[in-house]
Design a protein around this ligand. Sequence first.
Ligand code: ADP
Ligand code: MG
Length: 328
Amino acid sequence: MLNVENISFSYQKEPVLKNIDFSLEKGTHLAIIGESGSGKSTLLKAIYGLLQLDAGSVRWNGTKVLGPNFNLIPGENYMKYVSQDFDLMPFTTVFENVAEYLSVFEMDKHQARVDELLNTVAMTAFANAKVKDLSGGQKQRVALAKALAQESDILLLDEPFSSIDQFKKYELRHKLFPYLKERGVTIITATHDPEDVLGFADKVLVLKDGVQIAHEPTRKLYDRPKEKYVASLFGLVNELPIKMLKEYAETDAKILVYPHEFQISKESGVEVYVVKSHFKGSTYLIEGVTDSGQHVFFSNSHALKVHVKVFLNIPLPLVNKRMIKIDR
Ligand code: ADP
Ligand code: MG
C-alpha cells in the first residue's frame, strides 16, 4: 500500500504541489493526468523521494520514503522511476544498459532475462547497438526495459511513450501494462495522453495547478467528470448550457457531452447547421453551430455538407450525469 499523506512542495517560494493526499493498493495502476505544468512530474519526483517536501509524507507499506537530505543516493530500491530524460549510458550497448543493475551472481541468466525484456519493448534487433546511435523513441524503450529489469514493487513512469511513434505506442502499451499487471507491480503513470489512461489505468488522479481535483476509478471519472477541465483530458468535449436543450429551463447549469454521445435526428432536437466535417478515420467529427452561435462537435459515420440542418439529441440519463455548475 502506498500512502501519500498531505504532501506540499515548492520550488523557491512557488508552491507546485498543494496538499496531495491519496493511497494506492498494491498492484493498482494509477494515472496522473493534468495539463502541462500542473505538477505531474513533480509529484512523481516527490513520491520517489527526490524532493525535500514542505509538508506531509510518503509511505510504502508503512515505511516512510526518505527525502534527499537523508538518502545519499536518492530513491528507494523497491521503487523505480523512469524520468522524461531516460538516464542511459550513451556509449554502451542496449544490452549492457538493460543488464546494468542485474545481479552479478547470476551472470548466466542475464542473456535470457535481457532477451525477454527487449522483446517486451520490441527492441530485440538493437541489443548490440550503442545507445547514442538510437532515436529518441528507441532510447525511451530501452529506459523502460532497464526499469523493468530491476523488478521493483512500484514503477513510476513519466510520459512513458511520449517519444515513441504512434503505431508502436499502441503495441507497446498492450505489451508493457499487462506484463506489469501480471507481476503485481504497482504502476503510477504521469501522462497527458488519454490513450495511456483509458483501458489501462484502474484509477486516475487529476492535477490542476498543483491541486488534486479528482481521484477516482477511470470509468467513473470519464462518466461523471465534475468540470470541463477533467473531461477535456480524455479528449474533445462540449460544454453546453442546459438552456440550449430546454429554452425554458431556469438553471444556468451546463452539461458536458462527448461528441459520440449525440443522437442525430431529422425531426426534433437542438437545431444545428453544419460548419465543417473533419475526417477522423473510423468516424467524422462534425462541427455545427446553433442559431445563437453556440458551436457543437458531434460524431457521424459520414461527412455532412456545409449548411445542412440536423437535430441533435442527448440521451436523458446523460443529462443527469453530466450536469455541472456554472463556470467558477
Ligand atoms: P507537468 O509534469 O505536469 O508538466 P511539472 O511538474 O514539470 O509539470 O511542473 C510543475 C510546475 O513546476 C511548473 O510551473 C514548472 O514550471 C515548475 N517547475 C518544474 N521544475 C522546476 C524547477 N526545477 N525549478 C523551478 N520550477 C520548476
Ligand atoms: Mg512532466
